[in-house]
Design a protein around this ligand. Sequence first.
Ligand code: CTP
Ligand code: ZN
Length: 195
Amino acid sequence: MTGPGDRREADRDRAADRDRREDDRGRPDGGNAGRDDRDDHRDADHELRVTKIRNGTVIDHVSGGLALTVLGVLGIDGSAGEVVSIGMNVPSDRLARKDIVKIENRELSQDEVDVLSLLAPAATINIVRAYQVREKHRVDRPAQVSGVLSCPNPDCITAGREPVTSTFDVLDRSVRCVYCETILDADLTDHVDIG
Ligand code: CTP
Ligand code: ZN
């Protein structure tokens, strides 16, 4: 179904395309060469790359190249029919290149946001309802995370038979098990265990 909002957006995109063609006509090369970062930024401004969503969560300002890792730790692989759009290595004002992950009809839990904060400390989480950004949160790197990562040390008390909730101190570039001091850094995403 196409609503008036969609149409307005399509009009805007068409107008953006038209502006670009008109700009390019004035160039000696007809606009074919010399596509530099300025052009890229204009694309970003006009949202040509990834379409807007009606309801769901937009995880924006993820470091370039990490989008698939973000989906992996959220346990999203499309097999449950989730509607997901990804932009990878999109030019950004705040980061050199950013990834964007848009997940329709899904809002993230606090545990999921905690794990995201470890992978993507600059991320912004936007909750979209009826096409509008209703909430915008910068992820907050907590001092500790509990119950979202499993300790890889088989001798750790959290790996024993008694249920002990895993807890890690969050350091600058890694996390450390409070029970056995095992450090997780680059391999952190292999040990995510949410809910
Ligand atoms: N977005 C979307 N669908 C909507 C509304 C917004 O996918 N219906 C996306 C935008 O494409 C953008 C993000 O959600 O990637 C945040 O939207 P918005 O707050 O409008 O953009 P900015 O002001 O540029 O955000 P920021 O200041 O956080 O960079
Ligand atoms: Zn441990």
